[in-house]
Design a protein around this ligand. Structure first.
Ligand code: ADP
Length: 468
């Protein structure tokens, strides 16, 4: 069963909303509790100060009856008429001596436990939940010579306090809901906008196949953020894939073409030989010609095998200490005869004493390829000059010829597989794999191979290999 997964834009939005809700609720609860406590404290301070004023004025009066007009007495003692308060004086026997009730409350019950505690000299604060409105009440003993003579009770209505707290709660709830809704809406649109290129990439990826590599993601110009870079990287990857596919295509065409020519010749030669009775010499000539084509095909196949193994790094290197001077001299000696046949002189000049670490067979093949090319493409009477030297920690082998040179258009491609500068040249000139193999050998030794050339003036191939 396909499991459902919430889209990222929704996940992001819900995360924003959730975290914001948590922060706001925690913060608002803190503010609410702090506000509630400080309001309650200020009510307690107010009723305590009234109770204290009354207690001290009554102590001074030494138990005289002051309650003739309790309201006036309070006005005198407190300096103003107490508003919204419940005040009563209880004597030591528990009898209510005087009372002022400026509340819209019914009779306020006097708790027996509270009175008991007050009679023991304790000041008691309590919230009377059953009173309507709820009351905050202080019960304070009045002492005369360390003896409780009477008790004063001051109560204040909590109606205003409750109203304030209720209003604060409503404001908080509305602000929390509004901020979270706004965050969810804005967050959703932002996440949607951010994720748009990802969706485009997905849609483009669905359309892409080996036959459709022209699909690209349309990124807004100048978008340089992560999403812009992701889209750019994706586009670059498709371009590289397109290049690779094209190269593979071209490669298959080239391989078929290279193998088709010798096969056609083989077929033609064989058909011709079989057309009528031939002499032994004619058969031998025909078989020799066929053998040449077979040799050519197996050389191409060997080279291709080597290159594909090189690409998959599936090729071993037989590393050894090599005296470069001996190796170059030996290659040149072997090539001299081939040069003589073509009328090109192979000249060896300044071979320095250099030791390198490498695979001798492969290095021999690389140098042979380059010297052989100088001879193959050289004019009769021309020269191929070979020298070697040390340069910045590298061993350099220079192979210079005075042949036809390579045009600037061709020079970029001569190290590519099957590339031949002049395709109309004789087939015997080669299959176009020699320099790509040489390049791989140089790079496998952490070296380079470069060429400088001017048409009609000759070419200079420089191989650089790290010294041991
Ligand atoms: P090939 O087997 O055709 O020689 P290479 O890979 O060795 O293949 O060389 C690729 C192409 O580079 C050749 O076909 C030729 O056109 C050009 N080239 C290589 N070396 C020389 C040179 N010394 N002078 C002129 N052209 C050269």
């Amino acid at each position: 069963m396909k499991s459902f997964s919430l889209p990222i834009k929704w996940k992001l939005t819900l995360w924003y909303g959730g975290i914001l809700a948590l922060i706001l609720v925690t913060f608002s609860s803190g503010v609410y509790i702090y506000f509630q406590n400080s309001l309650q404290k200020s009510i307690d301070t107010k009723i305590k100060s009234i109770a204290e004023v009354l207690a001290s004025s009554m102590t001074e009066a030494h138990g005289q009856s002051l309650f003739g007009n309790f309201e006036r007495y309070l006005e005198n003692a407190l300096g103003k008429k107490p508003k919204g308060k419940f005040i009563q004086i209880i004597d030591a026997s528990g009898k209510i001596g005087a009372r002022l009730n400026d509340l819209e409350a019914e009779a306020v019950p006097v708790s027996f436990v509270t009175l008991e505690r007050a009679l023991k000299g304790e000041t008691v604060y309590e919230t009377l939940e059953s009173a309507r409105p709820r009351l905050r009440m202080i019960t304070m003993p009045i002492l005369d010579a360390k003896k409780v003579t009477s008790i004063v009770q001051v109560g204040s209505s909590l109606e205003e306090f409750e109203d304030t707290m209720k209003r604060l709660l409503i404001i908080m709830i509305i602000s929390i809901i509004t901020s979270i809704s706004a965050t969810i809406v804005v967050g959703y649109f932002m996440a949607k906008k951010t994720m748009k290129p990802v969706d485009q990439i997905r849609r483009a990826a669905v359309k892409i196949s080996s036959t459709n590599l022209d699909e690209r993601i349309d990124i807004k110009k100048g978008r340089k953020d992560e999403m812009g870079r992701l889209a750019e990287t994706f586009n670059a990857m498709i371009s590289r894939l397109k290049d690779s596919f094209q190269r593979i295509n071209q490669f298959s065409i080239d391989v078929s073409h290279e193998l088709k020519t010798p096969l056609t010749i083989l077929k033609g030669e064989t058909e011709l030989a079989l057309r009528k009775e031939r002499t032994n010499e004619e058969y031998i000539r025909s078989l020799q010609s066929n053998l040449e084509e077979i040799d050519r095909m197996s050389r191409i196949i060997d080279d291709l095998l080597l290159l594909s193994k090189a690409e998959t790094k599936d090729i071993g290197m037989n590393l050894d200490k090599i005296e470069l001077r001996d190796l170059v001299a030996d290659v040149c000696l072997n090539m001299k005869l081939f040069g003589e046949n073509k009328g090109v002189d192979v000249v060896v000049r300044e071979l320095e004493d250099i030791r390198i670490i490498g695979d001798e067979l492969k290095l021999r093949r690389m140098i042979t390829n380059v010297v052989e090319n100088g001879i193959k493409y050289g004019h009769p009477g021309g020269h191929v000059t070979v020298s070697s030297c040390k340069q910045n920690g590298f061993a350099c082998i220079n192979v210079e010829d005075d042949g036809p040179g390579i045009s600037p258009e061709d020079i970029k491609y001569i190290f590519d597989r099957f590339y031949r500068a002049d395709r109309s040249r004789k087939r015997e000139s080669g299959s176009g794999l020699g320099l790509s193999i040489s390049k791989w050998i140089a790079e496998a030794h952490n070296g380079t191979i470069e060429v400088e050339s001017k048409p009609a003036a000759g070419s200079l191939f420089t191989i650089k290999l790290p010294m041991s």
